[in-house]
Design a protein around this ligand. Structure first.
Ligand SMILES: NC(=O)c1ccc[n+]([C@@H]2O[C@H](COP(=O)([O-])OP(=O)(O)OC[C@H]3O[C@@H](n4cnc5c(N)ncnc54)[C@H](OP(=O)(O)O)[C@@H]3O)[C@@H](O)[C@H]2O)c1
Length: 333
């Protein structure tokens, strides 16, 4: 059967998406971005992956977040995206902001992980091939490498930009001290850090408590939050048990032992607050992050179009009364 040609919705920039500037850069990113860590690998259905990416783009999500090892299997999310890029999104390349990363375990041997120039350069070349792209919009060092000299990792990022293989660079999960060094090093070479990517959600507030959010803002970098729904814990997904098709049941990165009595109690109470606000818990969890102007965007994962549609509704109400904030603080502290 010949597949119909994809034509993006004409209303994609008129359906409620808002865009925020990444730090002091010229780049605007959608408040909600789509991440392909889970649900886009070769264990998933290409048709469903395609439907979600089309839906996202049709609703103003211009930023897609990837990494070399997303799948499973490693590399397969980039391959899935590459197929969709080739078949339907190629005409829209200049409307898309695509990221990839390297840092975690990717291939065997001494050059397949961490932060050496050897690994980062080779990995990006592989990612570009898998994704059918000439360049990515942002390339990240995916995690801090305590052994490789930080200068080596950061200079590789600078050279990647000079080679035209990435337009911008970013850092992910760097401790504050290493991040401070990175901001300075990159700025001195006229390749400022566009984004710090860190885990941030109602159950994990380290970017606030460790000063990472404020540090990014002070250095002119944007902050983009990953796992904003705590991998699904901050939704109604687990309120009545563990569904068979959920990330926990499917053996993803969310483990059964993270669903503790304490977490379930907090989630139940948060769900009540969300209902009172006329939102689902997922919507409220995203809105709670977006109330902070230092947060450039939140990267959501979604196993269905329905989830994505629900998450987009978060943008309809991102303001909280002082009382709501106090109540939420009490629940999650
Ligand atoms: N830099 C890093 O080291 C790093 C690390 C992790 C993630 N990331 C990035 O961040 C992205 C998002 O991470 P994440 O997938 O953990 O994000 P998340 O948004 O916290 O969790 C996504 C999961 O939550 C559930 N969900 C989403 N929307 C829902 C809704 N409306 N109602 C009910 N359940 C809903 C789904 O779980 P089910 O599958 O159970 O349906 C979905 O797979 C990744 O794809 C990746 O791009 C980066």
């Amino acid at each position: 059967m010949i597949e119909p040609v994809y034509v993006a919705s004409e209303s994609r920039y008129d359906c409620g998406m808002k865009y925020r500037r990444a730090g002091k850069s010229g780049v605007l990113l959608p408040e909600i971005s789509l991440g392909l860590w889970h649900n886009f690998g070769d264990v998933d259905t290409l048709a469903v992956s395609k439907e979600k990416i089309h839906y996202a783009f049709d609703h103003g999500i211009t930023h897609i977040d990837l990494a070399n090892n997303y799948g499973p299997s490693y590399g397969s999310a980039e391959e899935t995206f590459g197929q969709i890029m080739k078949k339907s999104l190629a005409p829209y390349r200049d409307e898309l902001f695509i990221s990839t990363k390297a840092g975690h375990d990717m291939w065997p041997g001494p050059y397949g992980e961490w932060g050496s120039r050897k690994y980062l350069m080779a990995s990006l070349n592989q990612s570009l091939r898998r994704m059918n792209l000439d360049y990515v919009d942002i390339f990240y060092t995916h995690r801090f490498d305590p052994v490789t000299p930080l200068e080596e990792t950061l200079q590789a990022l600078v050279d990647i930009v000079r080679q035209g293989k990435a337009l911008y660079v970013g850092i992910s999960k760097y401790p504050a001290e290493a991040a401070a060094f990175a901001y300075r090093y990159l700025k001195d070479r006229d390749v400022p850090c566009l984004l710090y990517q860190g885990r941030y959600n109602m159950l994990h507030r380290e970017p606030e408590s460790e000063g990472i959010l404020q540090q990014a803002a002070e250095n002119g970098s944007g902050f983009i939050a990953f796992s904003p729904l705590a991998q699904g814990l901050l939704t109604d997904r687990y309120l009545c048990g563990i569904p068979d098709d959920s990330r926990i049941a499917r053996g993803g990165h969310l483990k059964r032992d993270e669903l503790t009595e304490d977490v379930l109690k907090k989630v139940g109470l948060l769900n009540n607050v969300a209902r009172r606000r006329g939102q689902t818990l997922a919507e409220m969890a995203l809105a709670w992050l977006l109330k902070d102007s230092r947060v450039t965007s939140v990267i959501v994962g979604a196993s269905s179009v329905q989830q994505l549609a629900d998450n987009l509704k978060a943008l309809q109400n991102t303001t909280f009364s002082a009382e709501e904030l106090r109540e939420i603080d009490e629940i999650i502290s």
